[in-house]
Design a protein around this ligand. Structure first.
Ligand code: AMP
Ligand code: GLY
Length: 417
């Protein structure tokens, strides 16, 4: 099978790397890609938001499957354009990607499917906003209704900060605060069959101890030794399957990756958010342990034959991903800063250094090109070993002005979650 991965980030590098190691895959292409992806795929130039251009590239390359990584091309209809050209595509239609593209739409789907989630008000005016803030009280949870690269959510005890953020959005969702640990549970689906992956945890805040602002994700690990045994079955039955069924029922069948961001609250599981694509950086950790050929899952989802693939199989052990970010992230990011030590780190046992925001400068040096720069991923027999390996690799890498969290998977590896 010939594949084409669309995107430039760490998730796309992890996908391309897994496909390059997949015996069922003969060619891996990527567009636009990054220097890490260039080591495992042939890179091509394309505007990832331009469906016609992506479809033309896929046709020209003669690929059997296009894998759309990020949400923005999905919301822009790139998967629709590829399918219209007669090529299988992993990723939902523009209409179905509204599950991620509009938090208000996601809330409607959850209400119709009776999926447990935070109570919420969709607000447009100052009056509605103030009424909703006061109805829920602190801590305030304020979400931009539109896509905001994981940075549209403000959780704060400060009513003024909450109000200012809400007023800066066109349409805003204000909702009940959910306590309890967060879990990312992904399912691959062709619109009928729903195959859950194993649970992972993401670290959303910028700083150690879950301090600082929300980011796209500063690290991840999988599996979760502390998760209840019935978590996957419970979420599949109460969240994933009803959501996929409701999407089909309301005329926007969903295929691709359904990402359920969950809070395990004292009152049970609640959906924090849906995404319509693989999570980043959870995917880097998950794919490091996936034993089922990735191409079989992606193609089964794309062409409606997922039932023949069967439940994904996993290696024993754990995987940990630590994100190394550039100076200023998440408020800003810094490009052109020198990165050294990647090859040495990548050669360490059990380690893959996944590139997220990297580029080559005019002299061929590896430099930063975005907020999240690298997603250093390691596997090991248990969480502590995987974590030690990931941090040994991080220690071998230097990014001018760079930053990373030092506590990814720490409490879980000590059995303290
Ligand atoms: P989202 O973009 O919806 O995933 O939100 C980003 C992050 O904000 C989540 O991962 C949570 O850490 C936090 N968050 C979102 N919604 C809530 C909520 N209702 N209660 C508590 N924290 C939340
Ligand atoms: N890891 C969070 C996300 O992909 O949205």
């Amino acid at each position: 099978m010939k594949t084409l991965v669309i995107g430039t980030g760490g998730r796309e590098h992890a996908l391309a790397l897994a496909l390059s190691r997949d015996p069922g895959v003969t060619e891996v292409h990527a567009a636009p890609g990054n220097p890490g992806i260039a080591a495992v795929a042939a890179l091509h130039e394309v505007d990832p938001l331009d469906g016609a251009a992506v479809a033309a590239l896929a046709t020209e390359l003669g690929v059997d499957l296009v894998v759309v990584g990020p949400e923005a091309p999905l919301v822009a209809g790139v998967a629709d354009a590829v399918r219209a050209a007669g090529i299988d595509c992993f990723g939902p239609s523009a209409a179905a990607a509204q599950l991620e593209g509009s938090k208000a739409f996601a809330k409607e789907v959850m209400a119709a499917a009776e999926v447990p989630t935070a109570l919420a008000h969709v607000c447009r005016t100052r009056e509605e906003i103030e009424a909703a803030l006061d109805a829920f009280g602190a801590p305030y949870v304020v979400k931009d209704d539109a896509l905001a690269a994981g940075k549209g959510v403000v959780v704060t005890d400060d009513r003024q900060v909450a109000l200012d953020h809400a007023l800066s959005c066109d349409q805003v969702v204000i909702e009940e605060f959910l306590d309890g640990p967060e879990v990312s549970l992904f399912a691959i689906t062709d619109g009928q069959t729903v195959l859950p992956l194993q649970p992972a945890q993401d670290f959303k805040r910028a700083l150690d101890g879950d301090e600082g602002p929300n980011t796209g994700g500063m690290g991840a690990y999988t599996p979760l030794p502390w998760a209840p045994d019935d978590l996957v079955a419970d979420v599949t039955r109460r969240v994933l399957v009803p959501t996929v069924e409701e999407m089909a029922r309301c005329g926007t069948p969903f295929s691709g990756l359904l990402y359920a961001g969950l809070a395990l609250t004292s009152r049970g599981v609640r959906v924090v958010e849906f995404n319509a694509r693989f999570g980043d950086p959870e995917t880097q950790a998950l794919l490091a342990l996936l034993r089922t050929p990735l191409s079989a899952l992606l193609r089964g989802a794309a062409n409606g034959t997922l039932a023949e693939v069967g439940l994904p199989q996993w290696a024993d052990g754990s995987a940990v991903t630590v994100v190394m970010a550039s100076a200023g992230y998440p408020a800003t990011s810094s490009s052109g800063d020198l990165i050294t030590g990647v090859d040495q780190a990548d050669a360490l046992e059990g380690v893959d250094v996944i590139h997220a925001g990297t580029a080559r400068d005019a002299d061929g040096n590896l430099v930063t090109a975005g907020g999240r720069v690298l997603a250093v991923t390691a596997v090991g027999d248990d969480l502590a070993v995987a974590r030690d390996r990931a941090y040994a690799a991080v220690a071998a890498i230097a990014i001018e002005g760079g930053q990373h969290r030092t506590d990814i998977a720490l409490t879980a590896s000590r059995g303290e979650v």
